[in-house]
Design a protein. Structure first.
Length: 483
């Protein structure tokens, strides 16, 4: 299994520390101006073992769309997770890491023909459908596919409802599609549903499992040999979320409707693994006092804080994922909180992160923490208006590294032991073209067999963190040990 490219480095940390402590260390250096993430890999590992402990029958197939961080997906692959991919590019990413095709489900009920052909070429046979058109398309481009019918099963409350777009009716549509698949000579092997991303109702899983049982019977009558149940996503991922209650509902429903162990049960958690593992740090670079709209007293003011990341960057989750973000001063203050709002760096008036909040007075240069920012943030962020997407630095606790280094086929050269905490800065803008300015004098070439150090190279025995890839670097901080 391939995990990292040659230019990627992970710093191994010794001694006690927390992500917030390291953010303070980075900020105290006084040179950091761009926003950045801390990714706590220990949180991901801990959640994987928690999942296996609470739901031993349910195999997690991580939803890549939630966060395609290479360190995150590589670690889940090393731990034994499967993957829910929705496109050719996501399949390419996961297979490039060495994940076997039978650990991938192409869970997009409305696929492009070229993506189906690619899936067939690389051996990803398992895929979902919910319509006649999709069956005909699969018949044409991949008749040997192992199909999973996706039914609609909506939670009463969900952060992002999905039934409005995908899923056939389990009573009126699904039986007919199962018969059509049999007529076309296609093999249906399972049933899937998705209760909605960030579901707030747990009993919905029991409903979905009950409907799936009925469809197993209908499929058998149509000649299909059913062997797979896919519970989809919807699992909460915040720091204070609890998996225990939903696990109890799922386990009870499985024992009632699928007591036989011959049926493989999977799920597609995304934010459960990604959300709490990432903490974002942003800097207040400007502020403005305006008259309060709510107060009759004209002397009452409202503070507008401008930070270096906004809704076109990490906080796209406010617009697209309906996330309720919370700002927390990096340095605690005893001053009374005051009415304020938080705004992104772009020149767009819609770039508002928090329209109304309460924070202690902050001066330009102060930093804010934003927890639970790993789900549906980085994959959607863009450098609109020229403001950079936050970097993510990679650091791993020595105790966890000692275990994972045997699961990761990475050479010792990929790790840096010790060294200062350094956030890789955004690459400088490209220099003007040669036509606009004269070419500089050529630098002398290094002697054969000798490398020429960069002016910014770290001194010996004081390694700095290196970028993970061209888009952004990863900082992985670990405070939880493997069980």
């Amino acid at each position: 299994m391939k995990v990292l490219q040659d230019e990627q480095r992970i710093t191994v940390m010794e001694g006690p520390w927390t992500p917030v402590d390291v953010i303070k260390q980075v900020v105290d250096e006084g040179t950091q101006e761009d926003p950045f993430y801390v990714m706590n890999l220990g949180e991901v590992v801990n959640r994987y073992h928690r999942w296996k402990e609470l739901m031993p029958r349910v195999e997690p197939f991580y939803a890549v769309k939630c966060n395609d961080d290479k360190v995150l997906v590589s670690t889940l692959a090393a731990l034994g997770a499967g993957f829910d991919c929705a496109s050719k590019a996501e399949i390419q990413l996961i297979t490039s890491l060495g994940v076997k095709p039978d650990r991938i489900i192409f869970a997009n009920p409305a696929k492009m023909a070229s993506h189906i052909r690619y899936s067939a070429a690389v051996g990803v046979d398992l895929m979902t459908f919910d319509s006649e058109i999709e069956l005909l398309k699969i018949k044409q481009h991949m008749p040997h596919a192992q199909l999973v019918i996706r039914i609609r099963c909506d939670a009463a409350v969900a952060q992002c409802p999905l039934g409005i777009k995908f899923g056939c009716d389990p009573v009126s549509e699904a039986p007919r599609l199962l018969k059509l698949a049999a007529v076309l000579g296609l093999e249906v092997v399972g049933v899937s549903f998705h209760v909605g991303s960030g579901a707030a109702e747990t009993e919905v899983y029991a409903r979905g499992i009950q409907w799936a049982r009925a469809l197993f019977t209908s499929a058998a009558r149509a000649g299909h040999r059913m062997r797979l149940l896919d519970l989809g996503g919807g699992f909460a991922g915040g720091s204070h979320s609890c998996l225990a209650h939903v696990a109890q509902v799922i386990n009870n429903a499985l024992e009632t409707h699928f007591p036989e162990r011959s049926v493989q049960v999977i799920a597609e958690p995304g934010r459960y693994f990604a959300a709490a593992a990432y903490t974002l740090a942003t800097m207040v670079h400007a502020k403005r006092e305006v008259a309060s709209k709510d107060g009759a007293d004209q002397d009452e003011t409202h503070t507008m804080y401008f930070v270096n990341d906004g809704v076109y960057g990490s906080f796209n989750c406010v617009l697209y994922d309906h996330q309720q973000v919370v700002a927390e001063p990096l340095v605690p203050s005893t001053a009374a909180p005051r009415p304020c709002s938080v705004w992104g760096p772009s020149c767009d008036g819609l770039d508002c992160v928090l329209p109304s909040s309460l924070l202690p007075p902050l001066a330009p240069g102060a930093w804010l923490l934003w927890r639970d920012m790993g789900a549906y943030t980085l994959p959607v962020a863009s450098p609109f208006n020229g403001f950079p997407v936050p970097r993510v630095l990679t650091v791993i606790d020595a105790a966890l590294w000692a275990v994972l280094k045997d699961l990761w086929p990475i050479s010792e050269a990929h790790f840096v032991h010790g060294g200062p905490i350094v956030v890789p800065q955004t690459p400088p803008l490209s220099p003007p073209s040669p036509a606009a300015c004269p070419s500089p004098s050529p630098s002398p070439s290094p002697s054969p067999g000798h490398s020429q150090p960069s002016p910014s190279s770290s001194p010996p025995h004081s390694p700095a963190l290196a970028p993970l890839d061209d888009s952004h670097s990863r900082l992985v901080f670990v405070e939880c040990a493997l069980k």
